[in-house]
Ligand binder design. Structure first.
Ligand code: SF4
Length: 325
């Protein structure tokens, strides 16, 4: 019997009404527009795209911080749309999130021990404070911090250490899935690889699945089994990490990859760089036809009129008229 996805997202749409005055024209931001993908158990799905492409909104919709206007999210075979009360609490325990900013996401007035213990108390895990304390010490060890850090405050730690505290807090309730929302973007380059390695080790040890959101394709490639590329609320390409990284199909993925710096100057010289002209269009007023048509070097008249539908090409999904037969 084939394995079933732990997370299955279908035709998901998350829109926000940003109309300013009572008599103004209605303005809707289509932050996530008709997105579908699966994440398998123990798998990491990397989600990339420029700022404003909808990747963080997608992650927040999955953890139920936002409600979608259409589509479905199934977790372990169950639609989470109408979860309430105890069922919603159980979902929040299984589905945790690590935030981008390790400075803003930790309460500065709480000690590290209190921060990590808080979700255990909310979800009634462990009967006594001593059991919780022992688990906090174990979690500190798992994320590479010391037992005596338990009584310290977030301000006493570096950015990388604070992100480790955030990871320990997410692990405190023994989740099955973690949405990692740009967990390394705010960290020094030298620390980024350490946090990625830590997340990989924890995944192996605890059998977790991740949705790993980032704007850096090279970092996503390192940790991900599959990669999805988002542009203006749409998933424009999705496939195995190696395929998307080494043989991109969609012109937007090709442009994102060409922007990655190459350390070897000779290789860098041989590689042609695609400079994307213009800003990402506003999701309030997206272009007609293909959302990438205003910046795509291969756009045709058809692209400016007709939205390409996602199709399967060589084992991956791509939404581009160039690949339609
Ligand atoms: Fe470019 Fe057209 Fe493909 Fe869109 S559909 S990515 S505009 S070639």
């Amino acid at each position: 019997m084939s394995e079933k996805p732990i997370l299955s997202v279908r035709n998901l749409k998350t829109y926000f009404d940003v109309t300013k005055g009572l008599f103004s024209k209605k303005q809707i931001v289509k932050a996530v527009d008709d997105v579908s993908f699966d994440v398998m158990p123990n798998e990491t799905f990397g989600l990339v795209g420029e700022s404003g492409c909808g990747k963080t909104t997608l992650g927040r919709t999955i953890v139920k911080l936002y409600d979608p206007v259409e589509g479905s999210i199934e977790f372990l075979g169950k639609d989470i749309a109408n979860l309430k009360g105890a069922e919603l609490k159980a979902y929040r325990k299984d589905m945790q999130m690590i935030f981008q900013d390790p400075y803003a996401s930790l309460n500065p007035r709480m000690t590290v021990g209190e921060i990590i213990k808080e979700p255990m108390i909310i979800h009634n895990i462990y009967n006594t404070d001593q059991e919780r304390e022992e688990r906090v010490v174990e979690l500190l060890r798992i994320v590479g911090l010391k037992p005596d850090h338990i009584r310290r405050y977030p301000a006493e730690f570096s950015g990388g250490q604070r992100q480790r505290i955030g990871i320990a807090r997410a692990l405190a309730v023994n989740p099955k899935f973690i949405v990692c929302d740009e967990p390394i973007s705010a960290l020094d380059v030298s620390i980024q690889a350490q946090v990625i390695n830590l997340l990989e080790n924890i995944q192996k040890e605890m059998g977790l699945s991740y949705l790993f959101i980032a704007h850096d394709l090279s970092m996503v490639k390192h940790i991900s089994d599959k990669i999805g590329v988002m542009y203006l609320g749409h998933m424009v390409e999705m496939g195995k990490s190696e395929d998307v990284y080494h043989r991109p199909l969609h012109p937007y993925t090709t442009a994102l990859l060409s922007a990655i710096p190459i350390p070897d100057p000779d290789t860098a010289k041989a590689k042609s760089r695609i400079i994307l002209e213009g800003e990402i269009p506003s999701p309030i007023n997206p272009p007609a036809g293909c959302p990438f048509s205003t910046r795509c070097p291969k756009a045709t008249e058809r692209c400016r009129q007709e939205m390409p539908q996602p199709i399967e090409v060589g084992g991956r999904i791509v939404a581009c008229h160039l690949y339609e037969r």
